[in-house]
Design a protein around this ligand. Sequence first.
Ligand SMILES: NC(=O)c1ccc[n+]([C@@H]2O[C@H](COP(=O)([O-])OP(=O)(O)OC[C@H]3O[C@@H](n4cnc5c(N)ncnc54)[C@H](OP(=O)(O)O)[C@@H]3O)[C@@H](O)[C@H]2O)c1
Length: 351
Amino acid sequence: MERAGQFELAADRIEQAAIPKYTLNNNTVMPCIGYGTFGSDHVTPKDVAESVKTAVSLGYRQLDCARAYGNEKEIGAAINEILASRLIKREELHITSKIWNDRHKEGEVLISCAETLRDLKLNYLDLYLIHWPFPNHHGPGCDDNERDPNAKPFNADRYLMVWHQMERLVDLGLVKSIGVSNMTIPKLDSVWPHMRIKPAVNEVELHPHLQQTGLLAYMKEKNILAIAHTPLGSPNRPDRDRTDDDTNILDDPAISKIAKAHNIHPVTVCIKWAVQRGTLPVPFSTSRSHMLSNLRCCTEYPLADTEMNDINSITTTNRFIKGTVLLWEGAPSWRCLWDLNGEIDTGGWRE
Ligand SMILES: NC(=O)c1ccc[n+]([C@@H]2O[C@H](COP(=O)([O-])OP(=O)(O)OC[C@H]3O[C@@H](n4cnc5c(N)ncnc54)[C@H](OP(=O)(O)O)[C@@H]3O)[C@@H](O)[C@H]2O)c1
């Protein structure tokens, strides 16, 4: 271990030069894998912050944070400790945060970003995202029956009002890049012509059971990088995101077969596949050995084309993060959040 203060670089860390990088549409650069920081309502903020230090010591440089995860203060203390060690410079880290659904009004984006910067102890963010395209409020740990009576569906004008505030954060130098999350093609299409700064990324659920190839092709054409959230199907996700017919990616026969052939964990197969298809996975883990193997596998041999094709051919589909708690009055089902008919679905809502 190299010591300096409390934070240490691990002797078995992955060297930065070995980690592939993506260049975004504004020429900023991101490592091909990040570290997720959502404790899924059961890992405490303190434990997530400890894991952040472990992740960075092992070679992760990208942290996928969000206001809604309720742990930015603790992660900020961890980042402070990392930077105080002088082993890593601020510009070597790539830090994302996201504005939560209850801060979509005029004037709220700057305030929310300032709160995030204060808690993360930073003077700029590398990437700031609109977490969801739906204004609403629900607190941490809520169950799937909870609904905000003031929740509303997506509306292009409302969304653009938030986006234009995000653009001003770039102008002010508080944020290097801005992006969206959980956006569909019809929603992106409706706002795209009015965006002065185009989104650098769209962070969406992507894994072998939700491959979203149409969305990825659309994003590639628009030069938007796909950040893959819940890249392992979020096996420890909160109860509100569980239904009886949910699948288990890690048991999928195509994944298991490839894992057995290489004598690797099915998780490793999922991460290699995510990076090889040009997406940026942000797996969460509290286990040092899992963090290390998740990072290392991005630097080692790739999956064969036939193996990539076998995974691409999986027909099982399952959206794990359905978003039910975000629904508004009268909305029939979580399915209307996802515009399954190729048009913006407001679930019967009239403005
Ligand atoms: N933008 C959005 O709306 C949105 C939504 C959801 C999530 N996210 C982001 O995506 C991140 C990841 O999602 P997630 O945390 O829900 O789920 P995930 O990354 O798909 O799965 C995490 C789980 O996988 C296990 N795991 C990780 N590596 C493993 C390995 N090598 N072997 C075996 N098990 C392993 C972890 O357990 P161990 O701790 O035991 O390793 C953890 O329970 C979040 O933390 C968050 O940053 C964003």
